[in-house]
Design a binder for this molecule. Structure first.
Ligand SMILES: Cc1ncc(COP(=O)(O)OP(=O)(O)O)c(N)n1
Ligand SMILES: Cc1ncsc1CCOP(=O)(O)O
Ligand SMILES: [Mg+2]
Length: 461
């Protein structure tokens, strides 16, 4: 569940410090909402917020300040949404901004552009900070969600005692205001704020360390536009999507899925930390690959991973565990040749979820297409210690041979190369016709993960 904190509507002394404190304690997103504020006052407040956190801010007013400060979130209050339009929003999304808006009637969700990543809706409960601002939902309300509609973040009167209801009502997240700020213009205690979050996402299982402490001050996330890939872009090396063996064509692999980060843990970094590292560096497809742990532990990690991915507008793929993928409403599930058959998994996870399947040979790729996979993870490219019991190494020649055979057979499916891949391999793999790559150790161990991910995305996306 996504938790967003909204600033007080007025300015107050020490506000920048209070905001820095929240970020240090694990807050992921903060909306700066200061109705009718002057540009100068807002500018001063932003200057007092640590630049490391600027990209996690969303501006409700004075959007022009975003470029100056590297702020990545732009919020369109209802009036501003009505005064602008699709062309402007799409342009901003293409420039890497994440857009949000507010609605006061859920019927508007149907019409809301998917240029918006999420929308606030409220007041769900009687407001804590605004007297007379009454909640509009019945106790037994359940939100009906359309997968393509923006996420819906409940707003109004949310605190530790009712946030569970928000989850039960099927909202994607909660926005907090009165539960965070005191009437006397200071921050409530960090402990009381953290207690609001039902899955302890403020701590993120990081032993209380903030994201910044974990991964270094120089890392800042980017939000490249997630552009749906057109069928034309899928046609590689003369392959025609119309003639795929499966007969169908998947539109659900987005262009930003060309780089999939595979989580890992070692003595220095946990799964959650590795995911945060990749997200902060701008990676948009994250695979949670946990080995040797029971399913209930994987579920716990998956909930944290989902929270993080939602917060960074990234897509979460769960490796090996269909029920976990279903339970956290992941974007995708990846299964190997020795895991549950894809058709069986499809019955568990439903029609919407992306299914990835491993292949090591041409026959496996064809099998995966027949089974209805949305993409294939083909490898290993070279030797790696990340996976035990590796299948035979393919090398670039192996990929070239398999892709050539597929094109002769007019078979098409997005193929993701995996196994020991490094930045310097990307151009060759792309030229060979690979759709994308999945990488773990080379990203975790990079001296500068952000730069490496940017370089890879520049070549692939
Ligand atoms: C993108 C991608 N491709 C292949 C794999 C390997 O999956 P599998 O064969 O099931 O092996 P494990 O990862 O489960 O050890 C993958 N995870 N991701
Ligand atoms: C999961 C998996 N499947 C084949 S190789 C591999 C490991 C990928 O990680 P790395 O990029 O560190 O080799
Ligand atoms: Mg597996």
């Amino acid at each position: 569940m996504k938790i967003i904190i909204i600033s007080r509507p007025d300015f107050f002394p020490g506000e920048g410090n209070a905001i820095n404190r929240l970020f240090q304690d694990g807050m992921v997103n903060l909306h700066l909402r200061k109705p009718e504020c002057s540009r100068e006052d807002l500018c001063e407040l932003i200057k007092s917020i640590d630049p490391d956190y600027h990209s996690r801010l969303s501006l409700h007013q004075h959007h022009d300040l975003a470029a100056e400060f590297g702020i990545k979130g732009l919020h369109f209050p209802e009036k501003q949404r009505e005064a602008t339009g699709e062309e402007i929003w799409r342009d901003l999304v293409a420039k890497g901004y994440r857009l949000s808006t507010s609605i006061h009637d859920l019927a508007e969700l149907e019409r809301l552009s998917d240029a918006f990543s999420y929308t606030f809706f409220g007041p769900v409960f009687d407001s804590i900070s605004k007297a007379g601002y009454k909640g509009v939902l019945d106790e037994d309300f359940v939100l009906a969600k359309n997968r393509n509609a923006p996420k819906v973040i409940a707003l109004g009167g949310i605190n530790a005692s009712n946030i569970q209801k928000i989850q039960g009502m099927n909202f994607d997240g909660a926005a907090l205001l009165g539960a965070v700020w005191q009437e006397n213009q200071s921050l409530k205690s960090i402990e009381s704020i953290k207690s609001i979050d039902p899955i302890d996402s403020f701590n993120l299982g990081t032993g209380g360390l903030s994201p910044r402490q974990l991964i270094g001050a120089e890392l800042r996330q980017q939000f490249p536009a997630a552009i749906e890939t057109s069928p034309e872009q899928f046609i590689a090396k003369g392959q025609s999507p119309k003639k795929s063996i499966a007969g169908g064509f998947s539109r659900r692999i987005t262009r930003d899925g060309r780089l999939q980060f595979v989580s890992n843990e070692n003595g220095e970094i946990s799964h959650v930390q590795s995911i945060l590292l990749a997200l902060e560096a701008g990676c948009k497809w994250i695979q949670l690959r946990v080995k040797g742990r029971p399913e209930d532990e994987v579920l716990e990690l998956a909930e944290k991973a989902k929270f993080l991915c939602d917060s960074f507008d990234a897509k979460l793929i769960i490796n090996d565990f269909p029920h976990v993928a279903k339970s956290v409403n992941a974007y995708g599930l990846h299964l190997g040749l020795d895991d549950m058959p894809l058709r069986e998994a499809r019955k568990i996870v439903g029609e919407e979820m992306i299914l990835g399947g491993t292949a090591n040979t041409l026959q496996h790729v064809i099998q995966r297409i027949e089974e209805g996979a949305d993409y294939v993870g083909l490898g290993p490219y070279r030797f790696t210690t990340t996976k035990q019991n590796l299948s035979p190494i393919l090398g670039l020649e192996g990929y070239q041979r398999i892709l050539h055979e597929l094109s002769l057979r007019k078979c098409y499916i997005p193929i993701i190369a995996i196994g020991g891949i490094r930045q310097e391999d990307i151009a060759g793999l792309k030229a060979a016709g690979l759709y994308g790559v999945a990488m773990s150790s080379a990203l975790i161990n990079s001296e500068n993960t952000k730069k490496t991910i940017q370089n890879i995305q520049q070549i692939l996306c």
